[in-house]
Design a protein around this ligand. Structure first.
Ligand SMILES: CC(C)(COP(=O)(O)OP(=O)(O)OC[C@H]1O[C@@H](n2cnc3c(N)ncnc32)[C@H](O)[C@@H]1OP(=O)(O)O)[C@@H](O)C(=O)NCCC(=O)NCCS
Length: 150
């Protein structure tokens, strides 16, 4: 099995994080100005105290996956909810337990921060990841409604 450790991201990892996000299907930059603004967005995410990014490092040298987290407050709860906007493992490294390690790191952090639950959304087309989440103990609990304004 691959030698994987989970670490908090650092600013020097930003280009790799952007590459992983493109792998997840997030918008690709159209020009240098997009690249610059995407970098700034990731940097802000790293600095914000209510957000976290963890990376999966192979042999302490190569980033092969990442997960982002947000701590959300709810009106009727004293504790936060952890929301996971992005989770991705490089395709070449699928099925080696890396996604599970990343989710476990989210669970540990959520417990440390006394979160009452972890929530995420997964597109209708991502049938494989639905099975992955169910296998790890997540339950399908809601329908997601979206209105695109672009
Ligand atoms: C979803 C994803 C993160 C899973 O990561 P991974 O490293 O391949 O998954 P793991 O190897 O850690 O799998 C963990 C467990 O889930 C199980 N599992 C994984 N995919 C599964 C599937 N499609 N059906 C059933 N079980 C599955 C594994 O068998 C393993 O079980 P075990 O712990 O009992 O051995 C990865 O496939 C990925 O990056 N996909 C593309 C991006 C994506 O869809 N992200 C989610 C967006 S919502």
């Amino acid at each position: 099995m691959a030698n994987i450790t989970i670490k908090e991201v650092s600013e020097k990892n930003i280009p790799i994080i952007l590459g992983l996000l493109y792998e997840l299907g997030r918008p690709k930059p159209q020009n240098d100005s997009d690249v610059d603004s995407f970098r700034k967005l990731v940097k802000k995410y790293i600095i914000d105290s209510d957000k976290k990014i963890h990376v999966a490092m192979l042999d302490d040298t190569k980033i092969v996956g990442m997960v982002s987290m947000m701590f959300l407050s709810r009106l009727n709860r004293d504790t936060s909810e952890m929301y996971i906007p992005e989770l991705v493992v490089l395709e070449k490294y699928h099925c080696q337990g890396i996604g599970k390690k990343l989710v476990n790191s989210c669970i540990s952090l959520a417990k440390e921060n006394h979160c009452h639950r972890i929530r995420l959304e997964s597109g209708n087309q991502r049938k494989e990841s639905h099975q992955f989440y169910k296998h790890l103990g997540f339950e399908q609990s809601a329908l997601s409604f979206t209105m695109n304004l672009d």
